[in-house]
Design a protein around this ligand. Structure first.
Ligand code: M6P
Ligand code: ZN
Length: 189
C-alpha cells in the first residue's frame, strides 16, 4: 500500500508545500486598518512594504469541511503601531478557528461583538482557540517574522467590514521601547 506524503510546512519560510491560494498583503491593501493615517501616507510616498503573506489550502466551501493556512507576518511598525493582519469576523459568525504558533512572537486580539478584547500570546507551540462570534487579528511584536498556522471551517468566510470601519477596541503600539496595549482612539461602540 502506498503511503502518501502529507502537506509540509517549511518552518523557516512558513510556506506550505501545497496550497490552493497565496495572498500577499501590502500596506496599500490595508491602509484603512492602521490608526495613524498620516504615518500610512508618509510611508506610501516612498514604498509599499509587504506586511504579510498567506499560503492557504482551502477545500470546498461546504459545511463540515476544514481549510488551513499559514501566515508570515513581517516585523515592523506603521507609526507606533506594530505590523498586523487586517483581522476579521467570520461571514458565518458561528464558525470558530484554531491558531498554532510556529515561529516568532506576537499577540492575538480576540474581540467579541461588544468590543471586549482579550489578548493571547502567540509563540512557537502555542495553540489559541478563537471562539465563534469573535473577531481575530494577529500582531507581530518581535523582530523576526511571526509564522502561524490557522485551521478553520471552509465555509467560515471573512467579514472585514466592521474592522475596516472601526478597527479593534485595542491597538498594540510601541512606547519607549516597550509593547503597550492601548485603547483605539478611532473605535466607537
Ligand atoms: C489566517 C486565517 C486566514 C486569514 C489570514 C490573514 O491565516 O485566519 O483565514 O485570511 O490569517 O488574516 P486576515 O484575513 O484577517 O487578513
Ligand atoms: Zn478567521
Amino acid at each position: 500500500m502506498r503511503i502518501m506524503d502529507g502537506i509540509r510546512i517549511n518552518l523557516g519560510s512558513g510556506e506550505l508545500s501545497r496550497f490552493t491560494k497565496k495572498i500577499v498583503r501590502k500596506l496599500s491593501d490595508m491602509k484603512d486598518f492602521y490608526y495613524d493615517k498620516s504615518a500610512v501616507k508618509e510611508i506610501l510616498i516612498r514604498s509599499d512594504p509587504i506586511i504579510y503573506e498567506v499560503y492557504a489550502y482551502e477545500t470546498e466551501r461546504q459545511d463540515g469541511n476544514l481549510s488551513f493556512a499559514t501566515t508570515i507576518l513581517y516585523p515592523g511598525k506603521i507609526g507606533r503601531e506594530f505590523y498586523m493582519t487586517k483581522g476579521h469576523f467570520h461571514e458565518k459568525e458561528d464558525r470558530a478557528e484554531v491558531y498554532v504558533g510556529l515561529s516568532g512572537t506576537g499577540l492575538m486580539l480576540i474581540m467579541d461583538k461588544n468590543g471586549e478584547t482579550k489578548i493571547v500570546k502567540i509563540e512557537p507551540n502555542s495553540v489559541i482557540y478563537v471562539p465563534p462570534y469573535h473577531a481575530h487579528r494577529a500582531v507581530n511584536i518581535g523582530d523576526k517574522p511571526l509564522i502561524f498556522l490557522a485551521i478553520y471551517p471552509s465555509d467560515a468566510g471573512h467579514n472585514y467590514g466592521d474592522i475596516k470601519l472601526k478597527g479593534f477596541s485595542k491597538i498594540v503600539v510601541q512606547e519607549n521601547g516597550e509593547v503597550k496595549i492601548i485603547d483605539n482612539p478611532n473605535y466607537t461602540r
